[in-house]
Design a binder for this molecule. Structure first.
Ligand code: SF4
Ligand code: SF4
Length: 390
């Protein structure tokens, strides 16, 4: 990068938000529960894929919050402080009112700075058209936009894992349409790859494919959860064998070695190497353990999608705020931090938390160590099995 590029990049940093985040994570969070700043909304549990690693497509949801119901729930002041919003599903593009729905989210979240969304890319025309409308809305409000398209392999491998013949070609069309939008709008477009036994040995083919097309990519390790994707029954089929783990660890070491000021996720990959190889508890901070919130289309509320439901706004006469701050739920979040987070391999929004835990990230940059953080997630000396990743 030239010095001019570096200066331009520095000028784009929102220093006020970043410095406040550092204060929140390192000081304020020790004194009181922080209000949520990051929100994930699951807009539906309908899906047009049949993925090997997820059971959402088998769900037949009996209810799905309408735009009006979401709007009523979001009159709660807790949403006014949200800075980062992720809109996910199911498959987001199956929500025909996606654009007005997001427009309503914008009204309820006046402090919003970033919107991200995820799609399986199977409906190219609709996805590109909706994305353009979302981009116009984001542009008008000065909100950064990013979209991630899922790709689990190149060609037939993707179709096999996603259970949709011809699905890869549709994803390619979606990516081409979205790339064309990048000529007119400034936004981040990337491809997400869930690493599992079936595609572990194809990661390099995937990386070359993306690099040839100039598309950024990221990886998520397959995880097993009782709630959300409800895929505990698939563990035997998808989880890594001992032999796979050696291959996986070598690959993760490569990702971890690419540490730089810009590549914050290298910290996470180094941490995953220690977790899978040494049984060390997770050290990577996660915003959903500190100031995150999830609301889904059933009205269920979670601190994160790997944890248990903490309430439902329709079944109980409690608002999202009342559920979020309920003493028994805050006690559960502490329990979650001690028992669930140390075993969790989720990469979801880790860069958000790592930027706020700047001291730990700088230490990693200088020393290469992701050693135990302030939450005391210390490995048991000599233990290979203290924690097995979920
Ligand atoms: S992983 Fe996503 S695309 Fe696949 S079935 Fe689940 S919700 Fe649908
Ligand atoms: S269980 Fe995982 S996703 Fe949930 S807060 Fe902990 S680290 Fe984050």
């Amino acid at each position: 990068m030239t010095w001019k590029g570096a200066v331009a990049r520095l000028a784009r940093v929102d220093w006020g938000t970043w410095l406040r985040g550092i204060y929140d994570y390192n000081v304020a969070s020790r004194l009181r529960p922080l209000p949520p700043k990051i929100l994930q909304v699951i807009v539906n549990y309908r899906c047009n894929a049949r993925c090997a690693m997820c059971n959402i497509w088998q769900m037949r949801p009996e209810r799905e919050l309408s735009l009006e119901e979401f709007a009523e729930i979001m009159e709660d002041d807790i949403f006014r402080g949200i800075e980062r919003l992720t809109v996910a599903g199911g498959e987001t593009s199956l929500r025909e009112d996606l654009v007005p729905l997001v427009g309503m989210f914008f009204e309820r979240m006046p402090g919003l700075k970033a919107l991200s969304t995820v799609t399986n890319g199977f409906l190219p025309d609709r996805i590109v058209a909706d994305t353009e409308r979302l981009l116009q809305m984001c542009q008008d409000r000065g909100i950064r936009f990013s979209i991630s398209v899922s790709l689990e392999g190149i060609g037939e491998l993707h179709d096999e894992i996603r259970g949709v013949p011809g699905g890869f070609d549709r994803v390619v069309r979606t990516l081409e349409g979205l790339k064309a939008l990048q000529e007119r709008y400034d936004f981040w477009l990337g491809v997400g790859y869930t690493v599992m036994r079936q595609n572990l040995r194809h990661v390099r083919q995937f990386m070359s494919w993306c690099e040839e097309r100039g598309i950024p990519y990221g990886f998520q390790l397959v995880g097993f959860h009782e709630s959300y994707v409800s895929n505990l029954d698939l563990r035997e089929e998808l989880d890594f064998t001992e032999e796979d783990r050696r291959e996986l660890i070598a690959f993760m070491r490569e990702l971890a070695s690419q540490r730089s000021l810009r590549n914050v996720t290298a910290f996470y990959w180094d941490d995953m190497v220690h977790m899978y190889r040494d049984g060390r508890p997770r050290q990577t901070p996660c915003p959903f353990a500190i100031d995150g919130l999830v609301l889904d289309s059933f009205g269920d509320v979670y601190y994160c999608l790997s944890s248990r439901k903490i309430g439902n706004v329709l079944d109980e006469s409690r608002s999202v705020s009342e559920i979020y701050y309920a003493p028994e739920n805050l006690a559960y979040r502490e329990h979650m931090k001690r028992r669930l987070c140390p075993k969790c391999n989720s990469a979801c929004a880790v860069e958000v938390a790592l930027k706020k835990e700047a001291k730990r990230y700088l230490k990693f940059l200088l020393t290469g160590s992701t050693g135990p953080g302030r939450d005391g997630h210390r490995p048991r000396e000599g233990s290979k099995t203290a924690v097995s990743p979920s």
